[in-house]
Design a protein around this ligand. Structure first.
Ligand code: ADP
Ligand code: MG
Length: 395
């Protein structure tokens, strides 16, 4: 499903398929990207900082309005052809009622209606090049593309950050996956050639120029092909542990523990070993985001490498959400001369990122592929990530 090395499905192609399925041209075609998080992992549900950028991989949706209270959904990436059109009466949309992929777009329609927006129905055909379950946010791309299409067609006038909030609500409440606000905001608000420095407490944003090619650098994404299980218990356990840490320290969220006061805070947690590790990760990770922002602003791009690598060590040793495949990417890349590397996304599989000199890309890719073969792991998928545009109308 999805994911053919990033060549975006053409708007025309998606519009034509829509016409075949529904018997008329769509009113428009929209796109929303997947994302990679440069730094700031598991900070978004702690009111902290994140720094994602958009991938060229994107979900593309052709959409028309309906007036009869029906939502029809079709994905090119799901088997079933014409018979695969799902037809959902809007009045029957209810959280937890849908176990299939249609819960993501239906959840967005539900969230919009619940927020008081008079959506009267839609026909949707979509196609996505975002790999699913690879930590690159295919789910957010799917949600945001639908939200933006309906925002335009129904003239709702909602800004990107608000659409992101509604999409997060769709995923948390309707789909039942407890995720933070980063993925949807990245898909909705990123800009080409920039990384998005986002404060997840007040959703204030800064677009940070991030043009690696101009400096002779590259950022590789290595999809380990190990499927993460997001709504699985481990994510919930980390989240609950962070909440416990905040409660024990008497703060609203771990974001409120200053980096300069970290040692004192950890001392106060005493023998709560697990909580100590989680708190240490979150507080140092917020600090790493601020360091990366500072380095990029002062043009010291190569110097972010070691900060990324520190972030990996923290996720592996303190947050404990890495896996052998992710560690192998990082260790192999660093041994072969990468400037920095870390796992990205929720953990337990998915993808890692590698910052490297452009001249070392082939050597590094080969080293990683060989290391995976030697370990008898499924061959990874390696591609270059160039910061791409956020969600937008194509046609
Ligand atoms: P991630 O967001 O990291 O890729 P998730 O588990 O959050 O992983 O979301 C993946 C799910 O999103 C898929 O299992 C599927 O239900 C849905 N999805 C993503 N892309 C598509 C698509 N092109 N067509 C239909 N469903 C999709
Ligand atoms: Mg997701």
């Amino acid at each position: 499903m999805g994911a053919q090395q990033g060549a975006p499905a053409g708007a025309q192609q998606v519009a034509e398929r829509f016409a075949e399925l529904y018997g008329a041209r769509p009113e428009g075609v929209w796109a929303a990207p997947g994302r990679v998080n440069l730094i700031g992992e598991h900070t978004d549900y702690n009111d902290g900082f994140v720094m994602p950028f958009a991938l060229p991989h994107q979900a593309t949706a052709a959409v028309s309005r309906r007036t009869d209270g029906v939502l029809r959904l079709h994905s090119a990436d799901i088997e079933g052809g014409l018979a695969g059109i799902a037809e959902l009466p809007l009045d029957a949309l209810a959280p937890g009622s849908d176990e299939s992929w249609t819960a993501y777009p239906a959840g967005v329609v539900w969230a919009l209606r619940e927020a008081g927006h008079a959506i009267t129905g839609a026909d949707v055909h979509l196609s996505s090049t975002v790999p699913t379950g690879a930590g690159l946010s295919s789910s957010a791309a799917l949600e945001v593309v639908i939200a933006l299409a309906l925002n335009d067609l129904y003239a709702l006038g909602l800004p990107g950050w608000k659409l992101a909030r509604l999409c997060q609500r769709a995923e948390n409440v309707y789909v039942g996956a407890p995720t933070g606000i980063m993925d949807q905001t990245a898909s909705a608000c990123c800009r080409q050639g920039h990384a998005l420095f986002l404060d997840t407490r007040d959703l204030s944003q800064h677009q940070i120029p991030f043009d690696l090619a101009a400096e002779g650098l590259r950022l590789l994404v290595v999809d380990t092909r190990v499927k993460h299980a997001h709504s699985g218990g481990e994510y919930g356990k980390r989240r609950a542990g962070c909440e416990k840490g905040a409660a024990l320290l008497g703060v609203d969220a771990l974001r409120d523990v200053p980096y300069a006061g970290l040692d004192a805070a950890l001392a106060r947690l005493g023998d709560e070993e697990e909580v100590v590790r989680l708190v240490r990760h979150v507080v140092t990770e917020d600090h790493r985001v601020e360091r990366v922002v500072g380095l990029l602003r002062s043009g010291e791009t190569r110097a972010i490498g070691p900060v990324l690598t520190e972030g990996h060590a923290s996720l592996r040793d303190d947050f404990r959400i890495s896996c052998p495949e992710l560690d192998l990417v990082v260790d192999t890349a660093l041994a072969a001369g990468a400037l920095g590397a870390r796992m990205t996304g929720g953990g337990f599989g998915g993808s890692a990122i590698v910052l490297t000199e452009a001249t070392d890309v082939d050597t590094l890719t080969k080293a990683i592929e060989e290391a995976f073969a030697a370990a008898d792991f499924t061959p990874p998928r390696v591609f270059e990530a160039v910061p791409a545009a956020g969600a937008r109308r194509l046609v």
